[in-house]
Write a protein that binds this ligand. Sequence first.
Ligand SMILES: C[S@@+](CC[C@H](N)C(=O)[O-])C[C@H]1O[C@@H](n2cnc3c(N)ncnc32)[C@H](O)[C@@H]1O
Length: 272
Amino acid sequence: MNIKSMKLYSHIDRVYNEVAELGKTGDDRLTAAELSEFDQMHYHGTDAMDNAIHIIGIDKSTRVLEIGSGFGGPARHIAHNTGARITALELQSDQNKMASELTERCGLSTNLTHVCGDILTYDWQQQQFDAIVSWLAIFHIPERKRLLALSGDLLPSGGVFYTEDLFSRQLFSNEERAELARGLYANHLPDLETYQSEFEHAGFALERVDDMSDDWTDFTTERLSDYRVGRARHVRVHGEPTYFAMEEFYELVNRYFCSGKLGGIRLLARKP
Ligand SMILES: C[S@@+](CC[C@H](N)C(=O)[O-])C[C@H]1O[C@@H](n2cnc3c(N)ncnc32)[C@H](O)[C@@H]1O
């Protein structure tokens, strides 16, 4: 399965279309705040970052690694609002390139570094982080045991792993698994209990686990409905192929949340 089978990733020029809608051209300076309406690929936009900043206690002395940083929106928000030093790791080179360009134009490149690579194979050369953060990314990554072992090696004692991610609330049929593998590039969707025990077996102490399923069901319902209401505007800005790709993606995610089978989790774990 190719990650570009997920429609969220197939028309990424939509971000530059939105930048143009802001009236910005060429190398015009940008701010993290003005990009935040369209550079976040998780739920509740920058509120989710503010929550993490608060729960983890991120400040300018914190060394942060974001796994699966996408267009760089979450990392830019954290860098701009806390002054923390952030390394943003993104698998897809097109997104990583776009993220670097936007960060440069926001003047945030001194404390935010974009890196292209796969967390399962990237060579960190002994680098350490105080916090690993990740929004809607680790369900993509197979080999959870290996991911958590590698993450543990990147953290000192007392370091934290914070994620917002997906899990399975009820068993999926084979057809549903295939649809989720294609449409969401879902490679690891354990049930809630297994999700937590995988962190514990990797040596992490769970400090906080929130079931976000109902909240994200409502969020994705409103997102789909708003997107359809704004169809004329989105077609004007992005063209029909992008509109239909995004609508298909929003519909798929919402259908699985509404079915009660797809769940959302927010988790904070600490390395003892
Ligand atoms: C849904 S996006 C979320 C992006 C960003 N966290 C945000 O909320 O805006 C998940 C990202 O994780 C990236 N990703 C998936 N597997 C990865 C891996 N093994 N290593 C690094 N990044 C990965 C994907 O390419 C994708 O851009």
